[in-house]
Design a protein around this ligand. Structure first.
Ligand SMILES: NC(=O)C1=CN([C@@H]2O[C@H](COP(=O)(O)OP(=O)(O)OC[C@H]3O[C@@H](n4cnc5c(N)ncnc54)[C@H](O)[C@@H]3O)[C@@H](O)[C@H]2O)C=CC1
Ligand SMILES: O=C(CO)COP(=O)(O)O
Length: 331
């Protein structure tokens, strides 16, 4: 039986622990707060993030990372992208030497502009063939409710990707494999930025034409950047590209879209941060994506607009005016 350790008991880590258990794995779920460990053990629920969702008996919560990682074949990383490096520094000495390291995170590190798999390799010393990323249209709450959805597991090592695929394949969760790690990780990170822009548009009262325009042009800028970074352009037409972009930009469950919607309704970034309990990765990752794009000479106008609104005090109305008055060009 595959033994999996999930590090990070937020909304997606907890949901993915359930998926792994439903797929037949023996799962430990590591949470930082002792009271959350006790609550999960006593009630079989993570009521802070997924109220009403019962976790299978094969999921065991622990506050001790050494206990979580003991004998793990698969180590799943599900913390905020910007804290991964510091989290991993503590966990790296405890990682079993041959375990697969699977990232669930959708962000790019501030300052270094590294993707999560790059941070994992750097901090743990693991070879790139041991590191995989899972990405797709995977709003945690819907998956926790066992609504059917698909995803992608990207890894340069095909055998490892297939083993991970088998480890999390259930009747409601269908993983595909893909060798394009760069494209899958980039698709997941940039869609959060585009979802912020879609949220702003929704908050301003704009409808489906605006959202579809942002999704389509957002996909174009994601693909441009991806190609400059060596991704396979077809990845962006897949689940980790268009699939995730459509789900996140359209769903009221998305934390990024909701964050943008509050901005569009006139709240300040500080006010929205104050009421946001879970991670909205795009708020920080927009800066890393813009840095990456500038370093590669790629034009990313929607990302630029999101950076201006999130970090430079631009109003939602001004953002729309600026985007709509850009120079006319061929599609
Ligand atoms: N929630 C979702 O629907 C999905 C989330 N993701 C990605 O998964 C990653 C994790 O997201 P969620 O589980 O949704 O986030 P969350 O905000 O629900 O939970 C984050 C978890 O990380 C833990 N954590 C550990 N160290 C931390 C630190 N230093 N600071 C703050 N929190 C720390 C928190 O305690 C919490 O358990 C993100 O990159 C997100 O983009 C990907 C697909 C779906
Ligand atoms: O990544 C997600 C869906 O695939 C979740 O999106 P949010 O982080 O915006 O909630």
């Amino acid at each position: 039986m595959t033994r999996a350790a999930v590090l990070g008991a937020g909304s997606w880590g907890t949901t993915f622990a359930k998926v792994l258990a439903d797929a037949g794995c023996d799962v430990t779920l590591h949470a930082r707060r002792p009271e959350l460990v006790a609550a999960i053990s006593a009630t079989r629920q993570n009521a802070d993030y997924l109220p009403g969702v019962r976790l299978p008996d094969a999921v065991r919560a622990t506050g001790d990372p050494a206990e979580a990682l003991d004998g793990a074949d698969v180590v799943v990383l599900a913390v905020p992208s910007q804290t991964l490096r510091e989290n991993l520094a503590g966990w790296a000495p405890l990682l079993p030497g041959d375990a697969s390291l699977l990232s669930l995170m959708k962000g790019v590190e501030l300052g270094t502009t590294k993707r999560m798999s790059e941070v994992i390799c750097e901090v743990t010393g693991a070879g790139a063939d041991r590191v995989a990323a899972l990405s797709g249209p995977n709003l945690a709450r819907e998956i926790a409710e066992e609504q059917p959805s698909a995803t992608v597991i990207a890894c340069s090592d095909t055998d490892r990707a297939e083993a991970l695929q088998a480890a999390c394949h259930t009747r409601y969760f269908r993983p595909y494999t893909n060798a394009d790690l760069v494209g899958c990780e980039l698709g997941g990170a940039v869609k959060n930025v585009i979802a912020l822009a879609c949220g702003v548009a929704a908050g301003l009262g704009f409808g489906d034409n605006t959202r579809a325009s942002l999704i389509t042009r957002g996909l174009a800028e994601t693909a441009r950047l991806g190609m400059a970074l060596g991704a396979d352009v077809t990845t962006f037409a897949g689940l980790a590209g268009l699939g995730d972009l459509v789900a996140t930009c359209s769903s009221p469950l998305s934390r990024n879209r909701t964050f943008g919607e509050h901005l569009g309704q006139g709240m300040s970034v500080a006010e929205v941060l104050e009421i946001t309990k879970q991670t909205a990765e795009g708020v920080k990752t927009c800066r890393s994506v813009l840095d990456l794009a500038r370093a590669h000479g790629v034009d990313v106008p929607i990302t630029e607009a999101v950076v201006r609104v999130c970090h430079e005090g631009e109003s939602a109305e001004q953002m729309v005016r600026e985007m709509m008055s850009r120079e006319a060009k061929p599609e």
